[in-house]
Design a protein around this ligand. Structure first.
Ligand SMILES: Cc1cc2nc3c(=O)[nH]c(=O)nc-3n(C[C@H](O)[C@H](O)[C@H](O)COP(=O)(O)OP(=O)(O)OC[C@H]3O[C@@H](n4cnc5c(N)ncnc54)[C@H](O)[C@@H]3O)c2cc1C
Length: 510
């Protein structure tokens, strides 16, 4: 704690340059705020970052990108870039996911909605009507979202404005807000295997089954893939954060790398009843002050590591009773000769051999091959393959360096063996392999236990339990995947728009 009021240098300091942090920073800068972003790593992007090895450019995490549509209001990445006068060339992906599931269930989610319904209906002819009713219900949710400007639900004047502009869409959203999508799946679909399919449709981005997946998020994902579509940024996912930082600089903001925040500086307010966030301290001891502080670190990292006041963190306990950390990932970043990947392959695949193991570590394998869309990410005649599967930190801690390497190799071997069923000859065509473990995710992304983000501990009332951007500490806001509406690039962009909007109103900016 400090006793003297500090000099306020910035309107807002943002801790972290993930997409949530960068959208907050660019939105604020575009409204005239003086913004500083402090990033612990060497480049921006966090889970949407990249790394280069031997002529290959790998996406660290995300490769299936929503939010680059041209119309409506849910194309938040397009909008975030436009706000700071930058743009990105994107490559449309004709198939969102190619599923390889138990009992030889093979389904592709085509960009074309009718083509997808036709293909799924061919696998479950007795459920054609239920399938259409279920996905059409998702469209109802999406159409409500896509009719209104997506800003802070914590700002009453905005809520009143959008309500009067579009009362039906708002009432629609109020209806779906406390619901999980499993309720609708069971209402329209009876076939147990098809219900399992709906579960993997949810699990592959929410990392929980349909019963725990908020209907609002499902409506967004299951419809936007056919509306704005999945579009890959030319040059790799890292281009998104690179362009956002370029836009931030253009708008007068600033970003500093290798700047790890170790403490949020608190000041007792004038009435001496509460603490207020007034700045941050870096590992180097440097201090920066601002009228508002935004944390793009996870909520666990923010409240357990950056705030040195147990009374304040107490308020977070309620949230932690509802949400827990999801698993991290074991990631294989492979460079492979093109022979292993037939040219007509789809970019994204999901492999599950046993439904009962779907949620277990290594139960589901996710695969992305972005070079099928942008060949320039690998040397000519080669592809990049990112294969990842859930894994917990516990399995990777306390190992000797040698045991750690041995375990990495053994796990990678098991994953590659299983991928041979989709891509025969994968191992024989391997040119390069980098293995990332939950420890790598923790180390490079600064995320506690390398977690992908919060998941409900039990069945909750849809999205109602997710925290918004304001926190129990005055002047401190959180943004990113541990705030409403959750994980995924377009979702954290939403959280960034909402956070910047709330702060702009608090600071009296236009
Ligand atoms: C393997 C994997 C695959 C994924 N696939 C997809 C996908 O296909 N599509 C999709 O939409 N989403 C996907 N996601 C999820 C998506 O990437 C994340 O939800 C999203 O990028 C999270 O953004 P964020 O802004 O919340 O935070 P993060 O990306 O976690 O960024 C936080 C930033 O803050 C920095 N930071 C943290 N602490 C400090 C500190 N103390 N001081 C300074 N800086 C700090 C970090 O270094 C980091 O740069 C995937 C994630 C993973 C891990």
């Amino acid at each position: 704690m400090i006793s003297e009021p500090p000099t306020e240098t910035y309107d807002a300091i943002v801790i972290g340059s993930g997409i949530g942090g960068l959208v907050t920073a660019t939105q604020l800068a575009s409204k005239g705020a003086k913004v500083l972003v402090l990033e612990r790593y060497l480049i921006p992007g966090g889970s949407a970052g990249y790394f280069d090895r031997a002529g290959y450019r790998f996406d660290v995490g995300a490769s299936m990108i929503f939010g680059f549509g041209e119309e409506g209001t849910t194309n938040l990445l397009t909008r975030a870039l436009e706000a700071v006068d930058v743009d990105i060339e994107t490559i449309p992906d004709p198939v969102q996911i190619h599923y390889h599931l138990p009992q030889n269930l093979d389904v592709r989610v085509h960009r074309d909605y009718e083509k997808f319904l036709q293909e799924l209906g061919d696998r479950f002819p007795h459920e054609r009507e239920g399938i259409r009713k279920f996905y059409d219900e998702c469209w109802k949710i999406f159409n409500c979202l896509n009719a209104i400007e997506l800003l802070s639900l914590e700002e009453p004047r905005y809520l009143t404005r959008v309500f009067f502009q579009n009362p039906l869409a708002c009432l629609g959203l109020v209806k779906y807000l406390p619901k999980n999508i499993g309720e609708y799946a069971r209402r329209y679909i009876k076939d147990p295997q098809l219900l399992q399919f709906i579960d993997i449709e949810c699990y592959c981005w929410s990392v929980v089954r349909a019963d725990r997946t908020p209907a609002i998020n499902a409506g967004m994902v299951f419809s936007d893939r056919h509306y704005g579509g999945i579009n890959y940024p030319k040059g790799g996912v890292g281009e998104i954060s690179r362009k956002l930082t370029e836009g931030l600089n253009k708008a007068g903001g600033r970003i500093r790398y290798k700047s790890r925040v170790t403490q949020i500086i608190l000041e007792r307010d004038r009435c001496a009843v509460a603490d207020r966030a007034v700045g941050v301290q870096l590992a180097t001891g440097e201090q920066f002050f601002a009228k508002r502080v935004v944390s793009n670190a996870t909520r666990w990292d923010t409240f357990e590591k950056l705030i040195d006041d147990r009374d304040l963190t107490h308020a977070e306990e309620k949230w932690q009773q509802r949400y827990q950390k999801s698993a991290s990932f074991l990631s294989l970043h492979l460079g492979v000769a093109a022979n292993a990947i037939p040219p007509e392959s789809d970019c994204h695949h999901i492999l599950v051999e046993k439904w009962s193991k779907m949620e277990d570590p290594e139960g589901t394998i996710f695969v992305s091959i972005p070079t099928l869309l942008d060949p320039d990410l690998a040397p000519e005649g080669y592809h990049i393959v990112h294969a990842f599967t859930p894994h917990y930190m516990e399995a990777w801690e306390g190992l000797s360096p040698q045991d750690y390497e041995t375990q990495k190799e053994a796990t990678a071997g098991r994953i590659i063996d299983r991928l041979e069923t989709i891509f025969p000859g994968l191992e024989a065509n391997l040119d390069l392999m980098e293995v990332g473990t939950p420890r790598s995710h923790r180390r490079f992304l600064g995320r506690i236990d390398g977690t992908y983000g919060p998941i409900p501990r039990r069945k909750l009332l849809g999205l109602l339990g997710m925290p918004f951007n304001r926190t129990s500490v005055s002047g401190l806001y959180c943004v990113g995947d541990s705030t409403f509406p959750g994980q995924g690039l377009n979702a954290v962009a939403f959280s960034g728009f909402a956070c910047a909007h709330r702060i702009a109103v608090d600071l009296g900016l236009g």
